[in-house]
Design a protein around this ligand. Structure first.
Ligand code: DON
Length: 587
């Protein structure tokens, strides 16, 4: 069931790198949608069947974690571009008593991984080796993450939480035109097991057809019966056999040693709100805090309305500065000492703030980090980030909140389906740094803190975030979008808090992004022309199309958001209408 007819949404629709794209034109006119309102609970995801799966679990007496588990498994069925069993992610839970738990179920480099595994004998990066095929995968964490969440924080059984996903896989779900088109991805055509399942061996699925996945249904049933099967049982050996036959590195031993980590979330505050957000191996939380700390010294609302040139300039300069630090310092906390405290220091933010020229951009090449706050950075390297991930936000009737972002990395991950088990594997190894000093297509800088090492988790930008005010739940936020994730979450916070947009307007606001290098201001196609012209006149290099995705038709991200009305306690869902098949489901 759709919340809105898709005809309303013939407009911007981004699908990701390595993914077949639906080239619907972006129109300047956004439908002016209202938030979805509910008095008890709310589930917002990119897929209506997944949102309804979460809602059904809540109505059965499950809590937000049960609903998140149901949604996570359901998205693996109905949104195979990013929903997954063969990937990884993060889940942030804030329970109704205010206690926060951050589950890191990010992929790990296999034991046989080496620092130079994507270089040829001359030391050059082998194109696509970290992106396509068996060698691109890290040890998947999703099944561990979701089953851990259910076991430790859920109220229902795993079988109950997984029932909707099993049903969707065995009975199928009806494909929209957009979804059918997505499945035509070339990434899937490369691998026979993927072509067979997702492309019916070349007889591509069409809009209105029911897509059933019996192998995946059986895999899900096996996990529901025994979650250890995936990591320590017969299933682990099946996965390892397929990996070995394809030349991959993941062994049964790697799977047996996968572990979910509970980490201390990053915390910050902004204009009376408290933030709970993603710690390393995500760069998201700390960079978000740094951005907001810099901006806390400006009265943004006074500068102009949402997306006015004056606001965008100041916000962009904060992005530029925080992304410089992201590139220079961040990696897996288990393998590095990271200067997180120093990066979150308000005095450091004040020093950065003082370097912002109110009238014009600071060229990235001329940007000098304020002295005396951070240690010298490790050697810099350059890598890119690719694009296909998904976020969901849930609040239950007790006030427990879950914000989770998980991913295969690129659209349909490595393209490899585990034969016999019916699920796709990630290409998360590409989030590591492949080679020192080699600029890639997108030129995003990261440090050697993110070099490949066995057992290490690659640096992520995923930023599931929860905001509270005076101890009360206020917002649940997050988005996909590779390197644009952090700026999108920051912009969503600013649009809500500084500019007073309602949560649906927040999700749909035109996006802008700057990541220090390349030194350009990326604007979505629908970003209004007058402020873009003003920004250009100020000295910005404007790029309307590019983000870390050469096929992007002019939009990025997918904010799936919940706000809580502070006066009435009503839940307000904001589903990103860039995607026609998503939904905010509440009751
Ligand atoms: O972990 C990360 O930051 C990336 N693997 C996420 C990729 C992504 O968000 C793509 N989304 N559209």
């Amino acid at each position: 069931m759709r919340l809105f007819p898709s005809s309303v949404f013939q407009k911007a629709f981004a699908l990701a790198a390595a993914t077949a794209l639906l080239a619907t034109a972006a129109t300047a006119q956004q439908p002016n949608l209202a938030p979805t309102r509910a008095s008890h609970a709310m589930v917002v995801t990119i897929h209506h069947d997944a949102s309804d799966a979460g809602l059904a679990i809540l109505k059965q007496g499950g809590n937000a974690v049960d609903a998140a588990v149901a949604v996570g498994f359901a998205l693996a069925v109905v949104y195979p571009a990013a929903g997954n069993l063969g990937g990884g992610g993060f889940l942030l839970l804030r329970d109704h008593n205010g206690k926060a738990h951050f589950l890191d179920y990010r992929e790990k480099a296999p034991a046989a991984a080496t620092r130079d595994m994507y270089l040829d004998e001359h030391g050059n990066v082998v194109p696509n080796l970290s992106l396509v095929g068996y060698k691109a995968s890290g040890v998947p964490g999703t099944v561990a993450g979701l089953t851990y969440a259910q076991k430790h924080y859920g109220k229902l059984t795993l079988a109950q939480d997984m029932a909707p996903a099993i049903h969707l896989a065995s009975e199928g779900y009806v494909l929209s035109a957009e979804e059918a088109h997505l499945l035509e991805s070339k990434n899937l055509t490369r691998f026979p097991a993927s072509t067979k399942i997702f492309q019916r061996n070349g007889n591509f699925y069409k809009a209105g057809e029911t897509f059933k996945q019996p192998e995946l249904a059986e895999t899900l049933r096996r996990i529901a019966r025994d979650p250890d099967d995936f990591y320590k049982g017969a299933m682990a050996h099946q996965i390892a056999d397929v990996e070995k036959a394809g030349g991959g590195l993941i062994t049964a031993d790697d799977l047996a040693h996968y572990e979910v980590k509970e980490r201390e979330p990053i915390r910050g505050s902004y204009r009376g709100y408290d933030l709970i957000t993603a710690p390393p191996p995500s760069s998201g939380g700390i960079v978000l805090v740094e951005i907001l700390n810099i901006l806390s010294g400006f009265d943004l609302a006074k500068l102009g309305p949402d997306r006015s040139a004056a606001q965008v300039h100041i916000i962009t300069e904060a992005f530029r500065r925080a992304y410089k630090d992201r590139g220079d310092y961040l990696g897996d906390l288990d393998f590095n000492t990271l200067p997180l405290k120093q990066m979150a220091n308000p005095k450091y933010a004040a020093a950065w703030r003082a370097s912002i020229d109110p009238a014009k951009p600071t060229p990235s090449a001329a940007l000098v980090r304020p002295a005396g706050f951070l240690p010298p950075p490790p050697a810099a390297t350059l890598v890119h980030e690719s694009t296909q991930t998904t976020h969901f936000s849930i609040v239950d009737a007790e006030g427990n909140a879950v914000s989770s972002t998980y991913t295969l990395n690129g659209g349909f991950g490595s393209g490899v389906t585990i034969e016999g088990l019916g699920f796709l594997m990630n290409n998360e190894m590409d989030d590591f740094t492949s080679k020192v000093g080699v600029p890639n297509t997108y030129g995003l800088i990261q440090s050697s803190a993110n070099a490949i090492e066995p057992g290490k988790r690659p640096l992520s930008a995923m930023t599931p975030t929860i905001l509270t005010r005076n101890g009360k739940l206020a917002y649940v936020m997050g988005t996909p979008g590779g390197s644009t994730i952090i700026t999108t979450v920051a912009n969503d916070i600013l649009s809500a808090i500084d500019n007073g947009l309602d949560i649906q307007q927040v999700a749909d606001a035109p996006r802008f992004h700057h990541q220090y290098l390349p030194d350009r201001l990326d604007l979505e196609k629908k970003f209004p022309v007058p402020p873009a012209e003003e920004l250009k006149a100020m000295g910005y290099t404007i790029n309307r199309l590019a983000v870390a995705d050469e096929k992007n038709p002019g939009v990025w991200g997918d904010s799936e958001l919940i706000a809580i009305d502070p006066k009435t306690g009503e839940l307000l869902g904001g589903h990103d209408s860039r995607r026609a098949f998503g939904k905010a489901s509440g009751y």
